[in-house]
Each structure stands twice: as C-alpha cells, then as structure tokens.
Write a protein that binds this ligand. Structure first.
Ligand code: PEP
Ligand code: MN
Length: 262
C-alpha cells in the first residue's frame, strides 16, 4: 500500500494546517528531550519567529544506558502540549510503548516511532490503528526494504498518514555518529508515495555538519528536515554534543533560506 505503483501521486499530510509532502521544505525542530516548560518555550519562541509549525521534543526517551535520563514521560507531553497551545504549534513526540498511545494522543499531533522501534511490530500496528500522523524513523541497521515494510505495517491497519525519516545508519565509519544515507531519500520517494524527511542531528551527531547535510537533504528532494535545538546545549540532559543553540539555529535557518525552494 505504500508503493508508488499502487498510488502514483504524492501523499500530502496535513498537520494543523501545515502540509508535508507538497514540495515545500518543512522543519521539525526542538530539543532532544523535554526538560522543563521554560526550556521548551524558549525553543518554541525561536521556531515561531521563523514561521515554523512543528515542535519536537522527547518525553519517552529510548536511551542506550539505563542510567541516562529517560525523559519526563507523560509530564513531558503535557509541557509540550501547553507550549504548543501557547505558540500555536504542532507537537511531534516519540512513543515507545503501544500502551502509551491512548493517553498520549491528546497531547501529540504526530507520533514519532524511533529508530530503535522501527521493527517493534506491536507498536507499528498500534500506530496503524489510530488516525494521527506517524513519523517513522529508519532503524539503526535497517535496509530500505525493511524500512518500507515497517511503514507497510502501519498503512495496512488503515493509517496512511506516514512520514518516513532517514536518520543515518550504522556503518564502520566513526567520524559521524551514524552514516547519513542521503540516497535513501530519492529511493524512498521513487518507491513510495510518502513524504521523506532527513534528521540531520542523529545522522551526523555533529553540530558542524547540520547545515551542510540539511543543504544536501534540500537539494536531493527531501520533504523536511529534523534538527535538535536546545537553549543551552552544554547542560542538555541528552545529546548535548549535537544540539544547536538558538543563535546557531537562527543562522541555520537563514543560510537554508538562501537556497530554499518553494
Ligand atoms: C529522536 O529523534 O529523539 C531519536 C531518539 O532519534 P532516533 O530514534 O533516530 O535515534
Ligand atoms: Mn536526540
């Protein structure tokens, strides 16, 4: 059902009036993890200032170490919702457990399924049973075919509002946190009718590579860019090496505006 052979025209996803997949580049911006109301509100202010709509933030964090910050959970979703209402933004946030979907649905506009859960089939099925848009990230070691099949799990249950997100794959290369598979973007766009985003933050893990990879994503035809922004990355509770601060984000957007397509 996700195949372009089944449906030749692009799927356009409407999130609170924002169209994803209509040829315009969209941005999903926000901190790695929700830490406090003030932290999220500062980023929301910056997003709003740039005319963007999609605010991200992790409340349920899938961390490599059990001793690392695990996120604020439902409390984090409530903070996101409060900020989004105040700034008229839409919330993108990760859900890691099918049992959380029902309570999360009131606070989230787009359910993110993270790389580590791309083949959590029960979570995929649960996301397929609701009618909220789903942002599905490519697994750490998933082939494009496996990624497409994960999306198929969601659409096969009735929910076709899926955004695919290339976020880098694990290779032998250590210079970046993951290896951004930029050619996955046109392949996914040829093979499926779904919008495709690029997460420049988790793919590179390097602040200095966010702008060049975002330009590459734009040039290759991505429908959107995800990037993490924190008011003070040095004290961030997760991903402190790769988040932009607000002046850097402003510059990032200004530089992209010079090459943006509409
Ligand atoms: C995230 O976007 O918050 C995240 C954890 O990314 P990924 O699942 O791609 O590692
Ligand atoms: Mn992160």
């Amino acid at each position: 059902l996700v195949s372009r052979k089944k449906k030749p025209n692009d799927t356009i996803i409407n999130i609170k009036g924002e169209q994803i997949g209509n040829g315009k580049l969209n941005y999903v911006i926000g901190p790695c993890a929700v830490e406090s109301y003030e932290q999220v509100a500062q980023v929301a202010e910056a997003i709003k200032h740039k005319g963007l709509k999609l605010l991200r933030g992790g409340a349920f964090k899938p961390r490599t170490s059990p001793y690392d910050f695990q996120g604020l959970g439902l409390e984090g979703l409530k903070i996101l919702k409060r900020v989004a209402d105040e700034y008229d933004l839409a919330v993108v946030s990760e859900i890691v457990n099918p049992a959380h979907i029902e309570e999360a649905i009131d606070y989230i506009d787009v359910i993110q399924i993270g790389a580590r859960n791309m083949q959590n089939f029960e979570l995929l099925k649960a996301a397929g049973d609701i009618n909220k848009p789903v942002l599905l990230k490519r697994g750490l070691s998933a082939t494009i075919d496996e990624f497409i099949n994960a999306a198929e799990y969601i659409i096969s249950r009735g929910n076709g509002n899926i955004i695919l997100c290339e976020r880098g794959i694990r290779t032998y290369e250590k210079a970046t946190r993951n290896t951004l598979d930029i050619s996955a973007v046109p392949i996914l766009k040829q093979e499926t009718h779904l919008p495709v985003m690029v997460d420049v933050t988790h793919s590179t893990g390097r602040r200095d590579l966010l702008l060049p990879t975002a330009k590459a994503a734009l040039a290759i035809g991505a429908d959107g860019i995800m990037a993490e922004v924190h008011p003070d990355p040095a004290v961030a509770l997760s991903d402190s090496a790769q988040q932009m601060d607000i002046p850097m984000f402003d510059n990032f957007m200004n530089e992209l505006a010079k090459v943006n397509r509409y």
